[in-house]
Write a new protein. Sequence first.
Length: 411
Amino acid sequence: MVEKTKDLSFIPPIPEKRLGELKDLAQEVIIASSTLDGRIARDTAMALGDRLRFLNSYYSNLIEGHKTSICEIEAALVKNFSGDEQKRYAQELCAAHVKTERELMQEISIRPPENICCFDFVAEIHRKFYEKLPEYHQFTHSQGGFTEYSVLPGKMRDENISLDGGITTHGPDHQTLPEKYQEFSQLYDSGNFHGDERLIAAAASHHRLGWLHPFRDGNGRVARLFSGLYLAHIGINQNNLWSLSRGFSRKKQWYMTNLQSADSPSKDRKHFDQDFFADYCIYFLEVCLDQIRFMDQLLGLNRIDARIEGYIKDRDKKRGASNPIDPRSGKLLKALFLQGKIPRGEVQAILGMEKQTERHVRRIISQLTSEGLVQSESHRAPLTIGFPTHVLRYYFPDLFDPSVLGENNSL
């Protein structure tokens, strides 16, 4: 069992051991993530990134033992809940995650926080998340169900926390927590780091925030939301094209083991063990790199072209001849994926319909828009690609498999 100590110093904020290895790995992550962003048009990346928020939610809550599906999350966002109490709770958690992440990503893009580690910002993550749940679900949760203790949305915990049934306490004593949090806030301010060390600090801060356990409940979810926001704040994965939570969830026990090992004190019992700390940060960066490479392979343009064509053929086969999509639509969908945004005046040429009337072109656009395959802010605005749920398993089969999507994803 990893021994917990209450007053460990966060100095040094990033590992001194294996720092060269960490910096090399951080450079790989930065380059790979930037390359992935550069391969996809901005409007396409934004639309896809928003869909991937559902995966962040799905996998983050799966880590906590709450399983749902993309279809059920979508239903929850429009207040359509399961009659089963546990399924409804999972829906509520995932919907709250999606909405909180959307709001805060927009917030930091418009008004970046002076220090993303300050308690006011992290408390806002916690508050926004829990205030999106019904009041009767704003209580601490254990294996036996809900307790009588409020989670106190956005408030620092006022009691000690045990994660092993009361044998030991986790993190600092609640009386010293404000001081320890202040140390965390000052040390992990992204402005203190430069270049690749900012990414190493992001890795380290994920563990440190989890160890602090600043709230009565929901600390794991908050830490994962925080890390996604920290990465975006330092210019990494701003379009949300890869999911850190998916990487953690794929080997949940290894994620937990690395976090717990990094809790270990050094021999002087005043600091965290540097070897375990370095191991954890390497693990974090390896997860980032694994997820970037996975998405890079998945988004290969030659594969996307074939998958779009496959969707159109399968759609018409299942729906019959009653309402077929014009087979030339694939040209527009592929062009939108590649270019991101296309003025309506260019659609006729893309479809190869120069000899057809504009009425025929408008009819195709109207059908694609009604099915969510194409989006536009108005009937005159440029077109962008859409990713409705029913196409996800065609466009991205390795990412949105049936177990993740759920059953209600028919054409």
